[in-house]
Design a binder for this molecule. Structure first.
Ligand code: 5GP
Length: 192
């Protein structure tokens, strides 16, 4: 998606440690009109899928998921919550996810009330790096008995391999900007 790539080129900052900082439009300040266009693009890419629910993870997934939901007929958005630890006896689906940016393991959970066998789910997230976050969300969908229709990602760091890993399981993944490489010394970002 050209508008997203242009925005990343203009405002993204490549940090040491393989982190792209996009706080000014995606992770802190939010560019809602860009999110609306991203939502329409995912709608176009998943037009053949009977999506009735969007699943994301707090915090940065929530805003883009809401604008995507608008494009999918205002379907409900469910976000997985992060906790230090959860009581797995409760009525929740829970998985452990290792955070790429914070280098720690979170328990992540969704209430069983909000996801079940009748749901056709599109997972949305801001970044795809090693794929741990999205793999955890696909596991939650599997536990719930819902149908996973696909995954929409804003920015995929394609060289990290998470996208390949998830696609190799037969899951449709649509990333709106796919980064081939980035250099923290020159600030250069190349897209696929
Ligand atoms: P993964 O589980 O795919 O390795 O990482 C995905 C999660 O890590 C995303 O939800 C995002 O929050 C965070 N993340 C991974 N790489 C980056 C990055 O380069 N920049 C930012 N801002 N977040 C990232």
């Amino acid at each position: 998606m050209k508008a997203l790539e242009d925005k990343i080129r203009a405002q993204g900052i490549v940090k040491a440690g393989n982190v792209l900082k996009v706080d000014c439009f995606l992770n802190h300040q939010l560019d809602v009109s860009l999110f609306r266009e991203m939502g329409k693009e995912w709608r176009r890419l998943f037009a053949d899928r009977p999506i009735n629910k969007i699943l994301t993870i707090e915090a940065s997934g929530i805003a883009i998921a809401c604008l995507a939901a608008e494009a999918f007929g205002d379907c409900p958005v469910v976000f997985a919550k992060k906790a230090q630890s959860v009581n797995v006896d409760g009525d929740i689906y829970s998985v452990k996810i290792e955070s790429f940016t914070h280098k720690r393991v979170y328990d992540v959970f969704v209430s069983q009330k909000y996801l079940g066998p009748g749901d056709h789910v599109l997972i949305i997230d801001d970044f795809l790096a090693n794929g741990m976050a999205l793999e955890g969300l696909t596991e939650i969908v599997r536990m719930s008995g819902a149908t996973l229709e696909g995954i929409g990602v804003a920015i995929e760091k394609a060289y990290q391999g998470g996208g390949d890993m998830i696609r190799s399981k037969g899951i449709k993944v649509e990333s709106l900007a796919r980064i081939a490489s980035m250099n923290d010394e020159t600030g250069e970002i190349e897209f696929l």
